[in-house]
Design a protein around this ligand. Structure first.
Ligand code: BGC
Length: 723
């Protein structure tokens, strides 16, 4: 791609100052079509005659840059004039900023550069191409510094611009690909809900924890420096708390020029609810500040409400957490010095994600990155894109994202092409596991994150009590079972994987089942065994899980591995009341505990802030980590009762199987599918529960109400059941 153009960069050392490229050209004839193709090593914002081209924030997005770099194409015909100037501002972005705690720059030999090609078709049938080459001039911009975690420094004062011919950079064209994912855009504008003064400055509260930046009006004498610090919570003195950001500064500095103008950062974003404004000039007017939520342009598809307002709040927190962590890549968190595509977190949350929003295209791109990052031996890095390099552990439950994610995207959207493309990667992962250690059917070697952050670990530890080999072997079996299902959908011969599945399941039983108990007597172990059907008597092991929860005062103890399956496993074994008790629990540890503490997103730790107001250690305490938000898929599937039929996915046949509980008076769920809106509503009236199901045209549905089963076509269907 872009074969007529050259990569261009900066010919002299600009230090940390971001460059801006200029190219002037004239148009002398009528234009039929004008398309700009452009990308950067770093991030770019392009303008034609001072009008911004497109609305992609942090373009060109984040991919496995060593193999895949997206090129965007924009229609710019409407911006052309007789005399034109194409301007491209560039900054480090994901490609060149420090990434993760220790790694300064993963893409080591990369140097900031851009490449573009403007193809113009004239009305008279002729064509012209304006390309990036040494005729493009480059100068310093007003952005003195930009860093993904650090923030930005912007000097608005006029300065003597020195223009240089751009330097031609010998960088590959081989990695260039067309835009695959969603674009990232400014999605919401949020005014502050309050402002207060502290010793540190003014603190603005935007009322919700978001990802993006603050746009604000600057009007201060020339040279005056205004600073903005971003954080998720306040400390006990009502000051901004930033320790959990670790080495991420999240700091914006703007040097005023004596005139009034609006400012927002260009190549960075922050995770925040609160902003501390330092050194403001004059009285601060909150109306001069707007928080801009930035995330992938995914369409909202799923909604859920019920008679319990706290559950509704929890659901909204899940939605917010998804928005804040779907900024081109599914990330663990958007604020501290990580913001990485952790595979474990992603597989935990993907089912919920696919109900909430249309994430087909978003995951198509990410899964292509995953496959492109997979190690030769089939191992899957713990983060995608993999800026850890070869050190990245192929951990169970993290690497299983290679199988769980494409399968879920197939179930949610019915896209066989994605499944087909990923099938090799799925098989490679399962084969990789088989090759670990001496026993091909047991995974008891290597590094695993285990039941990350589970509460059955000693206080302060990250690893839950469940045996890592039990978890690893359980996921080995589960992933193999999904490979079998995927292979069948694609018409592949899966007999070897079927055999493998049976042997792994048997080995799981040989090693981790002793009599009628599991060797790890933990909620997570039982949840996995029941949900993945690794034991023969689901009911009996479900009963044990139920007892474990009850013995613990109806409270959960699970971490990243067990939590997604806990309520589903209880439901599967018939203990839905206990599942409801966990959902409705308000005391610590529970989902509603954080809601009661005023959370507006999902916390990383059940005890991010404990009952005495004490914070978990700042080394790992994000307040916007979507993983535990996976509980929303239980709300859709069991409370509202909207389920996907594996044999006829993408809601072509819907399974309506709500399980009402007397602690709720009503519940409504809906999902916008390719066929239209699927809805399930139920309401308790007198001694009856009245159900109403909406089946869009093109879909059929199987309605399961207790023992009753009804097969229905499109339309609205009502049922009433005594309780
Ligand atoms: C991340 C997690 C991730 C984990 C791996 C953390 O630093 O924030 O969400 O899955 O590391 O154990």
């Amino acid at each position: 791609m872009l074969n007529n153009s050259k990569w261009i960069g900066v010919p002299v050392d600009f230090g940390s100052v971001c460059p801006v490229f200029y190219k002037k050209f004239d148009i002398k004839k009528g234009v039929l079509e004008a398309k700009l193709q452009i990308t950067a090593v770093g991030c770019y914002i392009a303008y034609l005659n001072e009008e911004r081209i497109g609305n992609f924030v942090m373009a060109p997005g984040w991919t496995n840059y060593n193999k895949r770099l997206q090129v965007q194409e924009y229609d710019v015909k409407h911006l052309l004039k007789p005399e034109n100037e194409l301007k491209v501002e560039a900054g480090p972005g994901w490609h060149l900023s420090r990434q993760t705690v220790n790694i300064s720059t993963y893409y080591k030999n990369a140097e900031l550069c851009v490449i573009y090609e403007l193809n113009i078709k004239y009305e008279d049938g002729t064509e012209e191409t304006i390309v990036s080459d040494s005729d493009t001039l480059v100068s310093q911009s007003s952005v003195l510094f930009s860093g993904l975690y650090e923030g930005e420094v912007y000097d608005s004062r006029k300065f003597e611009k020195v223009e240089y011919p751009s330097k031609i950079i010998d960088y590959t064209h081989e990695t260039l690909i067309k835009q695959e994912g969603e674009t990232v855009v400014e999605k919401e504008r949020i005014p502050p809900v309050s402002v207060h003064r502290t010793r540190g400055g003014y603190i603005l509260d935007f009322g919700e924890n978001i990802t993006g930046y603050v746009e604000f009006a600057v009007n201060a004498p020339s040279g005056h420096i205004i600073e903005l610090d971003h954080g998720e919570i306040l400390d006990s003195n009502n000051e901004l708390y930033t320790e959990n950001l670790r080495t991420a500064w999240q700091k914006i500095q703007v040097i005023a020029n004596g005139t009034s103008f609006k400012y927002k950062p260009k190549f960075t974003f922050q995770g925040f609810r609160y902003v501390r404004v330092i050194n403001w000039w004059g009285e601060l007017n909150p109306e001069d500040f707007t928080a801009v939520a930035v995330y992938s342009d995914i369409k909202r598809t799923g909604y859920f409400t019920c008679s319990n307002d706290k559950i509704n709040k929890l659901f909204e927190n899940v939605i917010r957490g998804q928005k804040g962590n779907f900024l081109d890549v599914p990330t663990d968190c958007p604020q501290r010095d990580e913001r990485l595509g952790w595979t474990g977190d992603t597989q935990v949350f993907i089912k919920t994600a696919a109900y909430n929003f249309d994430v087909e295209k978003f995951f198509d791109k990410w899964l292509n990155d995953l496959a492109s990052e997979q190690f030769e031996d089939g191992g899957v890095p713990a983060i995608i894109p993999n800026v850890f390099g070869t050190d990245s552990a192929s951990s169970s439950a993290w690497g299983d994202a290679a199988v769980i994610c494409p399968w879920q995207i197939y179930l949610s959207y019915g896209n066989k092409d994605i499944l087909k493309r990923q099938y090799n990667s799925m098989c490679k992962w399962v084969d990789y596991i088989k090759n670990q250690g001496d026993n091909p059917y047991l995974w008891n070697t290597g590094h695993h994150f285990g039941d990350w952050l589970a509460l059955d670990a000693p206080y302060g530890s990250y690893l839950g009590a469940t045996d890592k080999a039990l978890i690893a072997t359980a996921f080995f079996a589960y992933s193999t079972s999904l490979v079998v299902k995927a292979g069948k959908v694609l018409g592949c011969d899966v007999s070897e994987y079927e055999k493998l599945y049976n042997l792994v399941r048997k080995e799981f039983q040989n090693n981790f089942v002793k009599g009628d108990e599991l060797t790890s007597h933990t909620q997570t172990a039982y949840a996995l065994a029941v949900y993945f059907e690794l034991v023969d008597d689901i009911k009996a092991f479900g009963d044990k899980l139920n007892t474990l929860v009850k013995e613990n005062g109806n409270k959960l103890k699970t971490g990243f591995v067990g939590t997604p399956y806990l309520l589903h496993a209880l439901t599967k074994a018939g203990f839905y009341k206990t599942a409801y008790s966990l959902l409705l629990k308000e005391e610590f540890p529970s989902w509603l505990y954080s809601v009661n503490q005023g959370a507006t997103t999902i916390w990383e730790h059940w005890d991010g802030i404990d009952e005495n107001g004490k914070l978990w250690s700042p080394d790992m305490n994000s307040f916007n980590h979507y993983a535990y938000g996976c509980v929303a898929d239980w709300m859709y599937e069991v409370v509202a009762g909207i389920r996907i039929d594996e044999n006829n996915p993408a809601f072509n046949n819907i399974i309506f199987h709500p399980v009402p509980d007397e602690r709720l008076d009503f519940a409504n769920g809906s999902v916008e599918t390719k066929n239209g809106i699927v809805k399930s509503e139920w309401k308790r009236e007198g001694n009856n529960v009245n159900f109403r199901f909406t089946v869009p045209s093109g879909s059929t549905a199987t309605v399961i109400l207790g023992e009753e089963i009804h097969n229905v076509g499109s339309g609205v269907h009502t049922f009433s059941k005594a309780i």
